[in-house]
Design a protein around this ligand. Structure first.
Ligand code: SF4
Length: 366
């Protein structure tokens, strides 16, 4: 592909113009579109709005399991047989202590995530008080993910100091019934609209690899652009055993075979950057699992990551993520006072191990 193609992607995105569906399709599946120039084109957009900074997020799985919904990708769904550690809402003291730890470990944002269809009015008041306390104690951004929310609840949470409400669209409207039957795409859209009505910033993203087509991914990216979401997590489906979409549930017609390649995952991240140039694009769940040895390349289109793992799946250690960011020449954006610690601290020194004789001469005895 000629260099003008990649250059036009950057300029079209920076001019806030929409790419055609055909062009988006080419980015995702065009065999003549090469990965490195594509990443560079996306990086030019990322650099314009976020320089070389990386925002780190820490998830607090504040309530795990006991969910009546049947989202096919989720280990907490009533339909999942995954052996997770279920627990009701953690006590205040535990959530506040974890907020402190998130702040001290350099996280820019603390995400409180609760399973369930949506909070009752009583739960909303409780969460509002908790969010107010976190915001009073620590200069950290707070994001809440609590299911379906109406305008009244959104208003109470905003007044308490909530910075962002997370509610992922996950997939396209057409593909949604293949993923969940207990609520609809429209329900999810209405939650985001309620947040926007009261002036709450929205965090909403996608899960790639749930049996959707490239057209579904393009539609979601364009819907999120229309919503002007502030933050956009791009998750790559983790086939957790026991979830309805996982291949392990072979008798389930909803199960999908996830064959995401690192190349494809990076193309998706580039596409989402071109279509949502100002959004904080987060390479979220599945980054280690699907990007594998190409993980660091995600930093060129994306400017945000989770550290310390995901809801029920482990991720790589925070120290390893920090090292990867620094090795690639990016800097951690943090609210912590000791910012230097994160960006100028020494990379852990490792001893060079010498080979033993049995490795040097494996056939010595034969
Ligand atoms: S994604 Fe949320 S609503 Fe869906 S099953 Fe999981 S916890 Fe419940």
């Amino acid at each position: 592909m000629e260099t003008t193609f990649y250059h036009q992607l950057t300029t079209t995105s920076l001019q806030d113009k929409l790419l055609s569906d055909a062009c988006c399709e080419k980015i995702l599946a065009g065999s003549d579109v090469e990965l490195l120039p594509l990443l560079d084109a996306a990086y030019q957009v990322r650099k314009t709005y976020f320089q070389n900074e990386v925002q780190l997020h820490i998830l607090n799985n504040a309530q795990n399991g006991y969910c009546p919904e049947d989202c096919g990708y989720c280990a907490q769904a009533s339909s999942a047989t995954t052996d997770i550690e279920a627990y009701p809402l953690k006590p205040d003291a535990e959530i506040l202590e974890e907020a402190k730890r998130a702040y001290e470990s350099g996280a820019y944002r603390y995400c409180i995530v609760m399973s369930g269809r949506g909070p009752s009015p009583k739960r909303v008041s409780y969460l509002a008080e908790l969010i107010h306390t976190v915001k009073t104690r620590y200069p950290i951004e707070v994001c809440l993910s609590a299911g379906l929310i109406d305008i009244e609840s959104a208003h109470i949470l905003k007044a308490a100091g909530l910075d962002r409400l997370n509610h992922n669209l996950n997939t396209s409207e057409a593909h949604y019934p293949n993923v969940c039957s207990t609520h609809t795409y429209q329900d999810r859209m209405e939650t985001l609209q309620a947040a926007q009505t009261v002036g709450l910033a929205c965090c909403s993203g996608v899960i790639v690899g749930m049996g959707e087509g490239t057209d579904d991914l393009i539609q979601v990216a364009k819907s999120l652009r229309q919503l002007e979401v502030a933050s956009l997590p791009v998750n790559f489906f983790l086939p957790i055993s026991g979830t309805q979409l996982s291949e392990s549930v072979t008798e389930n017609p909803r199960s999908v075979s996830t064959t995401l390649s690192p190349d494809y995952c990076l193309r998706v991240l580039c596409l989402y950057r071109f279509l949502n140039p100002r959004a904080e694009i987060r390479v979220a769940a599945g980054r280690e699992h699907h990007l594998r040895s190409m993980e660091v390349m995600a930093l060129y289109p994306a400017n945000s990551m989770f550290i310390d793992g995901y809801l029920n799946a482990e991720g790589s250690a925070a120290s390893r993520t920090m090292e990867m960011i620094k090795d690639a020449g990016f800097a951690v954006k943090t609210n912590a006072e000791n910012v230097e610690q994160f960006n100028q601290g020494d990379i852990e020194k490792r001893d060079v191990l010498l080979k033993e004789l049995k490795v040097l001469r494996p056939r010595m005895d034969s």
